[in-house]
Every structure is written in C-alpha cells, then in structure tokens.
Design a protein. Structure first.
Ligand SMILES: CC(C)(COP(=O)(O)OP(=O)(O)OC[C@H]1O[C@@H](n2cnc3c(N)ncnc32)[C@H](O)[C@@H]1OP(=O)(O)O)[C@@H](O)C(=O)NCCC(=O)NCCS
Length: 171
C-alpha cells in the first residue's frame, strides 16, 4: 500500500507536469489540427499537414508544441516581422492554444516563454499578439505574462477579390 506522502507526491506530479517543448514536425499535424479547431478554426489533419509543409521550411517562422507524457497538448506559432518605419524587427505570436483538459497547468506560459526566447535570439525588440475582444480569459493570461493592451485591431475582409483599379491593372 502507498504511503500518504507517496500519494501526495504523485498528485503533485500530476498537477505540475514537467513541460517539454520542441519544434513541430509534419507528424504533429493531427494534434495541431485539433488545437487549431479548439481555438475556433476548424482544421483537418490533412489541411494542417499542408500548412506545415509551407511553414516549417521558413526560418522566420516558429511552430512549437508542448508535450505532456509524450502527447501534444499545446502549440504556439510565432514569426519575425521587419519594421519598415524604423530599423530592426519585432516578433508576433500568430496562434497559441492549449487543449482544454490541460489548461491552467503552465503549458501556455511555457510555450510563450519559449517563443519569446526564440524571437529575442533573432533580434526581436518586442513581441506582439493579436487577441480577439471576446477572449477575455486569454487577455488575463497575457497581462499576467507581462503584456499590455496598446491598441485596437482593425480588420477588413479581402475576399472575394476586388479587381485592381485601372491604373494598377496596367502593371
Ligand atoms: C490562454 C491559454 C493559451 C493559456 O494557456 P494555459 O496553459 O491555460 O496557461 P497557464 O497554465 O500557463 O496559465 C494559466 C493562466 O491562463 C489564464 N487562463 C485562461 N484560460 C484559462 C483556462 N481555461 N484555465 C485556466 N487558466 C486559464 C489564467 O489567467 C491563468 O492564470 P491564473 O491561474 O493566474 O488565473 C489557454 O487557456 C487556451 O488555449 N485558451 C483558449 C485559446 C485562446 O484563447 N488562446 C489565445 C488566443 S490569442
């Protein structure tokens, strides 16, 4: 029979998992599709595999996954952007998602810290993240991680394509 201490240690270990993070691979397409679907963007494994084939070769783009007992439970996408108006570059978090059953256990914070280190090592001076107004839980998370709300996001649909103005269409 297990002692109370051993039972408590096992419970603690389950509550605070050792987070391991690595670069995503094509073989992660299935779990990544599930995480993007949970984020609100329904995605099949085949679609995700196609996306990863385009994205993974880009040196300015990071896709990393968090593992719990070898199982993918979270993912982050981040990229380097280049300022036009001044020197240098910035980082941007494109997507961050932790599986609903694994939230509140540090996976999100570890993924964000990993992406920030990756961006910092490539010279990014700030990290920007767009987060929809309705994601109030995520806003709490970003504030806790040291992010400040600094602006408004404007968005306009560009599909279906609008014909180019006559002057541009001669190009
Ligand atoms: C936001 C998110 C990535 C955070 O990941 P996480 O692994 O739960 O985060 P951590 O465990 O590192 O930190 C927990 C903190 O996140 C926040 N949080 C947001 N949603 C949470 C949830 N469902 N459960 C627990 N904490 C949540 C809390 O502020 C919490 O801090 P607190 O315990 O001090 O209140 C994750 O909750 C998630 O995937 N949410 C849905 C998708 C989403 O909104 N993504 C961000 C898009 S911009």
């Amino acid at each position: 029979m297990k002692s109370q201490g051993a039972i408590r240690a096992a419970a603690d270990a389950a509550a605070t998992p050792t987070v391991s993070i690595r670069r995503a691979e094509i073989g992660d397409a299935g779990p990544l599709a599930g995480l993007m679907t949970e984020l609100g963007y329904p995605t099949t494994a085949d679609e995700m595999a196609d996306r990863l084939r385009s994205i993974l070769p880009h040196g300015d783009y990071l896709v990393a996954v968090a593992l719990n007992n070898g199982q993918v439970v979270g993912a982050i996408g981040a990229l380097i952007g280049y300022y036009l108006e001044k020197n240098g570059c910035f980082g941007r978090v494109i997507a961050l998602s932790v599986a609903s059953g694994h939230r509140g256990r540090g996976f999100g914070a570890s993924l964000l810290a990993h992406a920030e280190s990756w961006l910092r090592a490539r010279g990014a001076v700030i990290c920007i993240v767009n987060s929809s107004a309705h994601r109030t839980d995520a806003h709490r998370f970003y504030r806790r991680e040291g992010y400040q709300a600094t602006g408004l996001r404007f968005q306009k649909d560009l599909q279906p394509p609008v014909p180019l103005p006559a002057s541009d269409s001669k190009i």
